[in-house]
Ligand binder design. Structure first.
Ligand code: PLP
Length: 462
């Protein structure tokens, strides 16, 4: 083992340091194993119930009428998530597109969209029209209202009650914090919020942005009252194998409404050829519980390694996880660069590439990104990025296997070690961030959280 790690460039000191952290995570990891086992059976049952067979893997072309594999996969998703219906399509370009389809398909002029738990994901700002944008919901006469979380991060029930009116048609809740300053919500919390909203207005549609959340828990938002649940296939549910796509699971009516926006009125879900992706979609969904588990273990491992080294991490090493994103505040530009070089060096694709901070259009600072993925931009695969500005934090996520995520974290430590940016003693006392961490760990964390990824990625993705 040591020899192989040495060949990969991991020194004995780094290996030993990280190995000790790993030993302390056994119980935590066992919980992840149990969740994955449960979810694996859930997916398997849905596949068996729907009699998945070889012919499901044949793709259609052209209009895609009667695409048996596509239609069966949508039933598998619906049964796994306990919903009446689901769209799972390569025509859905990304998570933002899936969310936009769900919103446009279910809202009409004069309706109001309510965000009861703060601002949604950055890319939705232009979909909704929070930032004026061509073709936004606002341009079609759909108004928007937002109730922010209370200071302590809990729901502002009084504010939500006051915000619900005659016009309120759809409520949008985002499970993962994405790159915001709040904690991610548990499925149980989302259930409470939905129950509260429905008590005031039973016919309101509750939609949950489930990106990064699938299979992190044994229940999903659709199990606690969500009418619609939306996500991206190049995150958790694609299992790393889906090369594109998004899904919308929910009530028959909501999903059908979305389908008329995905294609067009009248055609809905009847058209949309699967081309050659069916097999990858099935196989990826089958593996998704395990892949998500690996990414979760990687995130918790990173949190604990860097916490022990004395750096501020969000979430911290012990917090329950609701998504697979890990933020680490390294405190120096050199630290951010070394971390990302380590992630890149651990990649199966483009490991020979040396990432550099770069001026990118639309960003207010240079950015460094590390990704050696099989699928472009896939964030279920091992990846990291950081803006070259204080507090010098990086966001780390993914890893198709726990073993690979672990190597990525170790390699990042290795690069910091080689640059003498850290010392590998037992406590982390001698490392840079310790003093500032002690004196103001909360503010560092918040700083670190407040660097929205889309804030510096915006120009890249859209
Ligand atoms: C990734 C993500 C999205 C959608 O992003 P895309 O880049 O368009 O796939 C939406 N909401 C959250 C919380 C996300 O993490």
């Amino acid at each position: 083992m040591n020899q192989l790690y040495a060949q990969l460039g991991i020194s004995r000191e780094v290996y030993d340091y990280c190995h000790e952290v790993e030993l302390g995570l056994k119980e935590r990891f066992q919980k992840f194993d149990e969740t994955a086992e449960y979810n694996q059976m859930k997916v398997l049952l849905a596949m068996q119930k729907n009699r998945v067979s070889e012919e499901c893997f044949n793709g259609s072309s052209g209009y895609g009428y009667n695409d048996y594999g596509r239609d069966t996969l949508e039933k598998v998703y619906a049964d796994t998530f306990h919903t009446q219906a689901c769209l799972v399509r390569p025509q859905i370009a990304c998570g933002t597109h899936a969310l936009a389809i769900a919103l446009f398909g279910n809202l009409r002029p004069g309706d109001e969209l309510l965000a009861p738990a703060g601002k949604p994901y950055d890319t939705l700002e232009e979909v909704i029209g929070i930032r004026p944008s061509r073709g936004s919901l606002a341009e079609y006469g759909v108004t928007y209202r937002q109730v922010d979380l209370l200071e302590d991060g809990t729901f502002d029930y009084e504010g939500i009650k006051n915000a619900i009116s005659e016009k309120t048609k759809l409520v949008a809740i985002q499970r993962s914090k994405g790159y915001q300053t709040r904690p991610s919500f548990s499925v149980a919390q989302i259930g409470e919020l939905i129950a509260f909203v429905k008590k005031i207005k039973p016919d309101v549609i509750c939609m949950v942005d489930n990106c990064y959340g699938e299979f992190v828990d044994t229940v999903e938002p659709s199990d606690v009252g969500a009418d619609m649940m939306v996500g991206s296939l190049i995150k958790n549910p694609g299992g790393g194998l889906a090369p594109i796509g998004g899904y919308i699971a929910g009530t028959k009516e909501c999903v059908e409404n979305a389908s008329f926006r995905m294609t067009c009125p009248g055609l809905g879900m009847e058209v949309g050829a699967s081309l050659g992706v069916n097999r990858s979609f099935y196989q990826g969904f089958f593996l998704a519980p395990m892949v998500t588990k690996g990414a979760l273990k990687g995130a918790v491992f990173a949190a604990n390694v860097y916490e022990k080294l004395g750096f501020a991490v969000v979430p911290d090493g012990k917090e329950p996880r609701q998504d697979i994103i890990q933020a680490v505040t390294l405190g120096t530009p050199e630290g951010v660069i070394a971390f990302c070089k380590g992630i890149q060096a651990a990649a199966p694709v483009d490991s020979f590439v040396d990432p550099e901070p770069w001026d990118m259009p639309g960003y207010d600072s240079q950015v460094i990104m590390a990704a050696g993925a099989f699928v472009q931009g896939s964030s279920i695969e091992l990846s990291a990025d950081g803006p070259m500005k204080p507090p010098y934090a990086v966001y780390f996520q993914g890893g198709l296997t726990w073993e690979h995520a672990k190597l990525g974290v170790m390699m990042s430590v290795q690069k910091l070690y080689e640059k003498q940016l850290i010392q590998l003693d037992k406590t982390g006392d001698s490392n840079d961030c310790k003093e500032s961490d002690r004196s103001g760990s909360r503010s560092i964390r918040n700083d670190c959280r407040s660097h929205s990824r889309k804030e510096w990625r915006g120009g890249d993705t859209h």
